[in-house]
Structures are given as C-alpha cells and as structure tokens.
Design a protein around this ligand. Structure first.
Ligand SMILES: Nc1ncnc2c1ncn2[C@@H]1O[C@H](COP(=O)(O)OP(=O)(O)O)[C@@H](O)[C@H]1O
Ligand SMILES: [Mg+2]
Length: 414
C-alpha cells in the first residue's frame, strides 16, 4: 500500500483527489491537510509514503512546506501540483526538493503513475542506502577492488552533448591504458550510436538477451557482445527504436550483474532521460560522468541532474563533471558554470571538429586514430581520474609499455 497525504486548501479538490485515488488497490489516502503548516504536522504524524502538495495555500505555501518536509520528514517525497502559468514554481519546487511536478489539470492516470513512480524511486533509494551501509563499513579497500567490475556511467540531461563520443572513446582508452577487460553498454536503447561510432556489425543486441528469457549467463552474453577496437566487448542497443520497450530495469540489472562478473570496467552510454533504466545503473555505478557544456540549457540541465543525483544519495565523490567543448565561444566560462551548478568541473574537453569528424566518419575512436590530439589526451586524463595509477602495480622508471603491462597485472582476471 502506498500511503498518500493530500494537501490542498480547496475542499472540492481534496474530495476529488481522494475519490480518484480511492479506486486504486495499491494506494491509500492516509490523511489530508489544507495549508502548509498543518501539512508538516500531518506528515510528521503519519509518515506518508508520498505527499501531494498544492502550491498556493494560506499560512504557508506548498513550496515552503516542501522545503521543510525535505529536512524534517525526508522519507516522505513530495509531488507538487500547480496550475499553468505558475511555471516559475517548477524551478522553485525542484530547489525545494519536490520529486515531481504535476500541472493542473492532470488526468487521473498521470497522477497515479506519478505517485507510483515517486514511491518506487523512494523505495529504491532506501534499499540502496541499506545495501551501501555494510560496504562502507568494510572500508574503502574492499569496496574498491572487490571481485566485481567497476561501472562508469556517462550521463547528461542534454542530447547531442557528447555522451556517446565520450563513452566509446573512454572504453577504448581504458582498454589501451590499463590492459583490463572492458565492456561498453549502449543504454540509449532507442537511438543508440555506439554501433556506428565504432563501426560494429549490428547483428546482435541487448534485445537478444531479453528474448532469450531466462537468466543472463556468461556464455549467452559472450555470444551477444560485439567485439570492438582494442578488444573491448560491446553490448549494442536494439536495431530499431520500437524494440527498446522490451528492455526493463530488471533486464538491465541482470545484464549489469553478469557483466560485472566478467569485466574489470563497464562503460555505459545513456539516453538523456532519468528513467528507471538509468537509475538502475546509477545505483551500482562507481562513477557517474556528467557531461556539460557552455550553453544556458546545458547548465540548467546539469544543475537539475546534479540535484537528482543528490536526492538519490549519489555522493559528490562518485560524480565526475566533464565540460565538453570547453573552448567554445560563449558569454560565460568554466568558472561561471561551476558557480552556477555549485560543483567543480573535473575535466575539460576541447571542441575538435576535424579530429572528431574524421573519427566519426570512419567509425574509429579518435583515441586510436589521433592519439596525440588534445581531445585524446583529455580522454586519457579521464581514465587516470577513474582508475588512479596507484590502483595498479606501477613500476617506477619503466617505459610506457612496461607500465601498461604492470597495470595489466594489476587488473588481470585470469
Ligand atoms: N568535443 C567535441 N568536438 C567536436 N565534436 C564533438 C565534440 N563533442 C561532441 N561532438 C559532436 O557532437 C555530436 C553529438 O555527440 P554525441 O556523442 O552523439 O552526443 P550524445 O550522445 O550526448 O547525444 C556528434 O556528432 C559529435 O561528433
Ligand atoms: Mg548518444
């Protein structure tokens, strides 16, 4: 049962919402309130699973109440309901910590889907926290170099910002720089570009794993994975967008678990969507690489992304903020972005249309096509951030090839 507290100062709205939710088997209205202040009192008393919150109310408005609830009853996530024309509230609501924002009039289906989604996410968050606790207690040593592979997820709220480019080059650079076993997963299930970026035969994809039914074992995975440059193995997106819906969060979890058993590093390219699939991977990701750019929409989306990651309790140490096209002509610079999103940029990548265009057209990663280009150096720098040298057996004074070898021994999986 999802226990819902409804807050609205208009009695007829309260009644309608209550009736509407009354039809759902998995939802129970556990209480109502008609202003922000009593909403907080009721939430403290009832500990609802979800709070439905109006904005304009007497005594204390819904935004303030949401802010206070986030502090005092953090286990009760808030969905804000607001009418058209109050769009400025969207930003304020996000800042206050609201999980979703429903614009009135909304349909019953939208409302119910939103409640279920928010509740589901909250449950995930809690189970994630409990799962994390013992690992943290065991100390960083065991957490870092356990038997399972590390997951690097590349994300951005924006499309066309360079996620696929970074993900594919990062995977290849990880393989050349560390000699480890690397897998690349294209989770942009509808319009995945990894296949064309690496010029791979699209005969098999993640859909083959789903259609096989049953558990994902290493043998099946081996048949489905394409082989890319430098021996990296690639799990491609479905050949056609409508097949994307076949893949569920459960599938993704099973696939990631199996991949983590057989690979040292798994790089995941994503679609610009914070849905269930990406959240599934974010939970187990060692690092989340967030890509931003010197444009207002990109900065806005980065801010929202960082906020959502924060609400999922992804601590700052797990986030790597990468500024792509850092040399682009813009009215503001890196410092302004950092100030605005309140997060430091770990790495910058230059705009290099010549090298990138050439690489993309040939279906070859630029890190191998033009290893000395600045943009390739940036990717190698990203590798050393993700996989610090001391993690492997460094041989002091050895040449590059020696160093690679020693890293290989540091990571080898027999
Ligand atoms: N630093 C860069 N220099 C030159 N071109 C870039 C750079 N970053 C991205 N691009 C180009 O921008 C386009 C979008 O990149 P892509 O990785 O497909 O974005 P996303 O996966 O985020 O949608 C691609 O054509 C890519 O070649
Ligand atoms: Mg992409």
């Amino acid at each position: 049962m999802i226990r819902v507290l409804i807050v609205d100062d208009i009695t007829s709205t309260l009644d309608n919402l209550q009736k509407l939710l009354g039809f759902e088997d998995d939802i129970e209205v556990c209480g109502t309130a008609s202003d922000g202040r009593s909403a907080i009192e009721e939430a403290k008393r009832l500990r609802p699973d979800v709070v439905l919150m109006d904005v304009n109310m007497p005594l204390m408005d819904g935004i303030q109440a949401t802010e206070q609830l986030a502090q005092e009853v953090p286990t009760s996530p808030v969905i804000i309901m607001s009418v058209q024309g109050e769009r400025d509230y969207l930003r304020r609501a996000m800042q206050a910590g609201a999980r979703e924002f429903l614009i009135k009039p909304f349909s019953g289906d939208e409302l119910i889907a939103s409640i279920r989604r928010v509740h589901h996410l909250e449950q995930k968050k809690e189970s994630f926290l409990t799962a994390q606790a013992p690992a943290a207690a065991a100390g960083p040593e065991t957490g870092r170099r356990g038997e399972k592979g590390e997951v690097f997820l590349v994300f951005s709220g924006k499309g066309g910002i360079g996620k696929s480019l970074v993900a594919s080059n990062l995977a290849v650079a990880l393989a050349t720089e560390t000699g480890a076993k690397v897998a690349l997963v294209d989770l942009d299930l509808q319009f995945g570009d990894v296949g064309v970026l690496l010029n791979l035969d699209h005969a098999r994809s993640i859909t083959d794993l789903v259609e096989a039914g049953g558990p994902v074992d290493g043998e099946l995975l081996d048949q489905v994975l394409a082989t890319g440059p430098e021996g990296i193995r690639v799990l491609l997106a479905p050949i056609s967008p409508e097949l994307a819906d076949l893949v569920t969060a459960d599938h993704v979890r099973a696939v990631m678990e199996e991949l983590r058993r057989s690979f040292d590093f798994i790089v995941v390219d994503t679609a610009s969507h914070l849905g269930e699939l990406n959240l599934e991977v974010i939970e187990s990701a060692t690092k989340v690489i967030v890509i931003t750019a010197l444009t207002i929409p990109a900065v806005k989306d980065t801010k929202l992304t960082l906020k959502v990651l924060d609400s999922l309790n992804v601590d700052h140490g797990r986030i790597v903020l990468l500024l792509n096209r850092s040399d682009a002509h813009a009215d503001f610079n890196k410092d302004a972005v950092e100030q605005n999103v309140r997060f430091s940029i770990a790495l910058q990548m230059a705009h290099d249309p010549r090298v990138v265009g050439n690489a993309v057209n040939r279906g070859t990663p630029f890190v191998t096509l033009a290893p000395e280009a600045e943009i390739s150096r940036s990717v190698r720098e990203l590798v050393s951030r993700l996989v610090p040298l001391e993690q492997s057996l460094t041989v002091v004074g050895a040449g590059t090839s020696e160093r690679k070898k020693s890293r290989l021994f540091g990571f080898g999986r027999g």
